[in-house]
Design a protein around this ligand. Structure first.
Ligand code: GDP
Ligand code: IMO
Ligand code: MG
Length: 430
C-alpha cells in the first residue's frame, strides 16, 4: 500500500489522464490538489472518450473515492456540467464517490469576465484558458475569496458577495469601462448550484488523513505541468497554482511524509498551449506533423486550441525532475515519433554565445535561448502494439534511455497509444 503522485513535467497535456486512470486500479482514493477547469485530462476506454476537467480521473472506476482538494478552484456551473456529462455516459457521481473540500475557492462570473477583458486588452498576453482561474487565485491570496463553505451558507455567501462586489464593480466601471455585477443575479444563479453541490461538500483534510492513517492507498492527481507552476514555471506565462509536487501538501492538507512516490508524466516530445517561451518549438511542417499524428491530435482538451509542438527539451525536463523530486517516469505518446528517421533532443541551450544547462528563470532569457540538439536515429516502425520494453525497436529503447538519462530518473511506464492496453509497464509494482 503506498501513496503515489502523478504530476505533469512539461507544459501540461503530457497524458496524465491516461496514466492516472491506469494507476487508479491500485488506489482507493484519487485526490486533485490544484488548478481548476483549465485542466483537460483525457481517458480513452475502448470507444468511449472522457475529458475530465475538475473531477479526478479516478471517477471512471467503480468503488473509488475522488477528492477535489482545497487547493483546487471550482466553477460550480462547470462542475455540474461535468457531472451531467459523466452521468450521461453512465458514470455515477454521488456523495459516496465525490468529496469536495470545504475550503476550495469558488470561481465567480466576475473572475471570468475580468480575465477575458484583461486578455483582450493585452491581446492575449498569457493566452489563458479564460476560465477565471488566475482571478480566483488572486482573490484567494487577497483574502477576499468565497470558499465552498461560504457558498453553502446563504447568509455568509450573500454578505461576502455584497462586500466583494462593492470593490469589484468599481474596477469594472472605472478601469474597464463596463457595467458591474448585481448581487441578486449572482446570488440567485449560484444558489441553484448550491442546492446540487452541497451534499458533496465535506471536510476532506481529516477524511484523507484518517484514511491514510488506516493504510488506504491514495493517488494524488496533478494538473498542468511543472513549467506552468506559478513559482517555478516560465513566469508570467504560467497558471496561478503550484502544479509541482509541492502543491500536494498545501492543496490537500497532507504532510510530505505521506507521499511515497512521485511519477512524472513526460511526453516523448514537447507541447505547449498559450503564449510564452518554447525553445524547441517547431513552427513548420514538422510541427504540423507532430500535431496531427496519431489517433488524437494535439489540440487543447479544454479550449480546442492547437498545441504548439516541438522536440524533447532535456533542460526543462531535467529541471522538472529536480523540482518534483521524481521517483520514476511515465513516458507517453512514443508512437507519435514512429515514422521519423531522425529525432532531435535538446541537451542544453546557447545563450549569448555561452552553453546553458540550467533553466534560466527569466522568460525573456529563455525566449532567446537556442536549443543545442543531439541527433538520435529514429526507428521507423510502429510501436502501437508493443507491450514489452525489450520488444521495442532498439532505436526506440535508445531514445527512451536517453530521455531517462537526461532527467536522471528511471522509466516506470511507456505509453504507445491512448488506450489502456497500449501501455508498457517497465516497473510492475507501482
Ligand atoms: P493531460 O492533460 O496530461 O491528461 O493530457 P491530455 O489528455 O490533455 O492530452 C494527452 C492526449 O494524448 C490525450 O488525447 C490522450 O488520449 C492521448 N494519449 C495519452 N497517451 C498517449 C500515447 O501514448 N499515444 C497517443 N497517441 N496518445 C496518447
Ligand atoms: P492539463 O491539466 C496545458 C495553460 C494555458 C495558458 C496558461 C495559463 O490538461 O495539463 P490559465 O487558464 O491556467 O490561467 O492559463 O496555462 N494551461 C494549460 N496548458 N494543459 C493544461 O492543463 C493547462 N492549464 C492551463 O494554456 O498558457
Ligand atoms: Mg490536458
Amino acid at each position: 500500500m503506498s501513496n503515489v503522485a502523478v504530476v505533469g513535467t512539461q507544459w501540461g497535456d503530457e497524458g496524465k489522464g491516461k496514466i492516472i486512470d491506469l494507476l487508479t486500479e491500485n488506489a482507493d482514493i484519487v485526490a486533485r490538489y490544484q488548478g481548476g477547469n483549465n485542466a483537460g485530462h483525457t481517458v480513452i476506454i475502448n470507444d468511449n472518450e472522457f475529458t475530465l476537467h475538475l473531477i479526478p480521473s479516478g471517477i471512471l472506476h467503480k468503488g473509488k473515492k475522488c477528492i477535489i482538494g482545497n487547493g483546487v478552484v471550482i466553477n460550480p456551473k462547470a462542475l455540474l456540467e461535468e457531472i451531467a456529462e459523466l452521468e450521461d455516459k453512465e458514470i455515477s457521481v454521488n456523495e459516496n464517490n465525490l468529496y469536495i473540500s470545504k475550503s476550495a475557492h469558488v470561481t465567480m462570473p466576475y473572475h471570468i469576465v475580468s480575465e477575458t477583458l484583461k486578455e483582450e486588452r493585452d491581446r492575449g498576453r498569457i493566452g489563458t484558458t479564460l476560465r477565471g482561474i488566475g482571478p480566483t487565485y488572486v482573490d484567494k491570496a487577497a483574502r477576499m475569496g468565497i470558499r465552498m463553505c461560504d457558498l453553502i451558507d446563504s447568509d455568509i455567501f450573500r454578505a461576502k458577495l455584497e462586500e466583494n462586489l462593492e470593490q469589484i464593480n468599481v474596477l469594472f466601471e472605472k478601469i474597464y469601462g463596463v457595467k458591474g455585477f448585481q448581487v441578486s443575479e449572482i446570488f440567485d444563479e449560484y444558489s441553484k448550484y448550491v442546492e446540487k453541490l452541497a451534499p458533496f461538500v465535506s471536510d476532506t483534510v481529516f477524511m484523507l488523513n484518517k484514511a491514510i492513517d488506516k493504510g488506504v492507498s491514495v493517488l494524488f492527481e496533478g494538473a498542468q505541468g511543472a513549467l506552468l507552476d506559478v513559482d517555478h514555471g516560465t513566469y508570467p506565462y504560467v497558471t496561478s497554482s503550484n502544479s509541482t509536487s509541492g502543491g500536494i501538501c498545501t492543496g490537500l492538507g497532507v504532510g510530505p511524509t505521506k507521499v511515497d512516490s512521485i511519477i512524472g508524466v513526460v511526453k516523448a516530445y514537447t507541447t505547449r498551449v498559450g503564449e510564452g517561451p518554447f525553445p524547441t518549438e517547431l513552427k513548420g511542417e514538422l510541427g504540423d506533423k507532430l500535431r496531427n499524428a496519431g489517433p488524437i491530435g494535439e489540440y487543447g482538451r479544454s479550449t480546442g486550441r492547437p498545441r504548439r509542438c516541438g522536440w524533447f527539451d532535456g533542460v526543462i525536463a531535467g529541471y522538472s525532475a529536480m523540482l518534483n523530486g521524481l521517483s520514476s517516469l511515465a513516458i507517453t505518446r512514443l508512437d507519435i515519433l514512429d515514422d521519423l528517421d531522425e529525432i532531435n533532443v535538446c541537451v542544453a541551450y546557447e545563450y549569448n554565445d555561452q552553453r546553458l544547462e540550467e533553466f534560466p528563470y527569466r522568460s525573456d532569457i529563455l525566449q532567446q535561448c537556442k536549443p543545442i540538439y543531439e541527433k538520435l536515429p529514429g526507428w521507423m516502425e510502429s510501436t502501437v502494439d508493443i507491450r514489452e520494453y525489450s520488444k521495442l525497436p532498439k532505436n526506440a529503447q535508445k531514445y527512451l534511455n536517453r530521455l531517462s538519462e537526461l532527467m536522471n530518473v528511471p522509466i516506470a511506464i511507456v505509453s504507445v497509444g491512448p488506450q489502456r492496453s497500449q501501455t508498457i509497464f517497465v516497473e510492475k509494482n507501482l
